[in-house]
Write a protein that binds this ligand. Structure first.
Ligand SMILES: NC(=O)c1ccc[n+]([C@@H]2O[C@H](COP(=O)([O-])OP(=O)(O)OC[C@H]3O[C@@H](n4cnc5c(N)ncnc54)[C@H](OP(=O)(O)O)[C@@H]3O)[C@@H](O)[C@H]2O)c1
Length: 377
């Protein structure tokens, strides 16, 4: 990068956002920060703004930092064509609107927020293609595939790895009775609460299958999931001639974040240690157990149905995850509730963006009503 890349981060106070700032700190001469945006953690956002001196900040709560302009919404970041790239690292549905707006303004996207493509992948990818906007995946699996693909027309299938989460070797009974604390103890990755719960139910892998379908244009039957507990192989692709290319590395989100925000260049950056096959010693792989983790199958079904099915899946799952985190339901009920709501969904096959947002809202309301029909508030 001959000139400094101008970047904004939506969700700078989260797990991905803070790691992105660690990457940028190591590469201070390569980046100029235009805006930082967070939700409720104004204390952290304030200290980030004081340290990194962006031009603008945005927070859900009132905030002020000397010499930094406070914006009134995420749209103002997404419309600002000073940005070369925006890292969308907020969690949940709030990522979709600013991502679309940034694409409309010709700004490249480093995309961590998987819900954006799960909700509206057809619309987002079509718009990005039309306007020549790059969408570089941050999710480690998609980042791995992005790095492996040379000529997409010669790729036969995508192989997405899954760590298996904290309950990989537990019984269905253990999973049904898992506490919030046990669920939030991920063996490999330190992430936000929502994605950590999704990793435990494997819904995260389901959402990633849908994300991969949109990013790389593969049929769902050509996207395979394999459990790989060490999380060293981040994903792979198989070419038509049988050659398999995988991307490997220590499990650290710094690497895919840095890849996405510096693409197509590479720098030493924050890389913490050299890779050693001998230190890793073994790599295990196994088929996912769909009886213990049925969320993956449900995601395949939603993906194949297309239209508003995946927005419905996403919204029902997210509300059920919140109910679990708030101690209202058990872990396995997340799947049962999501499936119940999903089965009742009236599909719109080619939805507008408004219909997608409406599906999201209606599904959330239905899911909450359903949960509170058998749970005390
Ligand atoms: N963490 C990972 O390793 C990982 C890996 C792959 C993909 N992802 C994806 O990346 C996304 C972020 O994950 P995460 O683990 O970093 O989540 P997280 O730790 O929960 O962080 C979410 C971020 O979004 C911000 N936010 C929430 N509501 C907002 C709003 N209305 N306006 C502006 N900002 C808002 C939060 O701000 P406050 O904290 O200030 O409220 C926080 O900065 C998710 O879609 C996840 O699936 C994460």
């Amino acid at each position: 990068m001959s000139e400094k890349r101008k970047i904004s981060i939506i969700g700078s106070t989260g797990s991905i956002g803070t790691q992105a700032l660690e990457v940028i700190e190591k590469l201070r001469d390569k980046f100029e920060i235009i805006a930082l945006a967070g939700g409720n953690n104004t204390e952290l956002l304030k200290s980030q703004a004081e340290k990194f001196r962006p031009k603008y900040i945005y927070s859900l709560k009132p905030i002020s930092v000397d010499g930094v302009k406070t914006l009134s919404g995420l749209d103002e970041i997404a419309e600002n064509t000073e940005n070369d790239i925006i890292l969308v690292a907020c969690s949940g549905k709030i990522g979709l609107k600013p991502t679309l707006k940034a694409i409309e303004n010709g700004i490249d996207i480093a995309l961590a927020n998987k819900e954006t493509l799960v909700m509206a992948g057809d619309i987002v990818m079509k718009k990005a293609k039309e306007l020549g906007v790059n969408i570089i995946p941050v999710d480690s699996e998609h980042c791995a595939i992005h790095q492996c693909i040379k000529d997409i027309s010669q790729v036969d299938k995508l192989i997405i790895t899954a760590s298996g989460g904290p309950f990989l070797n537990k019984s269905l009974e253990d999973i049904k009775n898992a506490t919030v604390e046990e669920t939030l103890k991920h063996p490999r990755w330190n992430m936000g609460r929502k994605i950590t719960v999704d990793s435990a139910t494997l819904m995260n892998k389901g959402l990633e299958i849908i994300e991969a379908h949109h990013l790389f244009g593969f049929d769902y039957d050509d996207i395979e999931v394999v459990v790989h507990p060490q999380s060293i192989v981040h994903s792979a692709i198989e070419y038509v001639d049988g050659s398999v290319i995988a991307q490997l590395g220590i499990p650290s989100m710094h690497i895919p974040i840095q890849y996405a925000i510096t693409y197509p260049e590479r720098f030493e950056g924050i890389k913490s240690k050299s890779f050693s096959f001998a230190d890793i010693a073994r790599l295990d792989f196994e088929k996912p157990d769909f009886d213990k983790f049925p969320a993956v199958k449900l995601a395949y079904k939603a993906g194949k149905m297309g239209g508003t099915a995946t927005a419905c899946l996403n919204a029902a799952n997210e509300e059920a995850v919140f109910a679990f985190l708030n101690g209202k339901i058990k872990l396995y009920q997340i799947y049962e509730i999501t499936k119940h709501i999903f089965d009742e969904h009236e599909l719109i096959q080619k939805p507008s963006i408004e219909e997608i947002f409406a599906t999201d809202e209606i599904t959330r309301a239905k899911t909450k009503d359903y949960i509170y029909s058998f749970v005390t508030v």
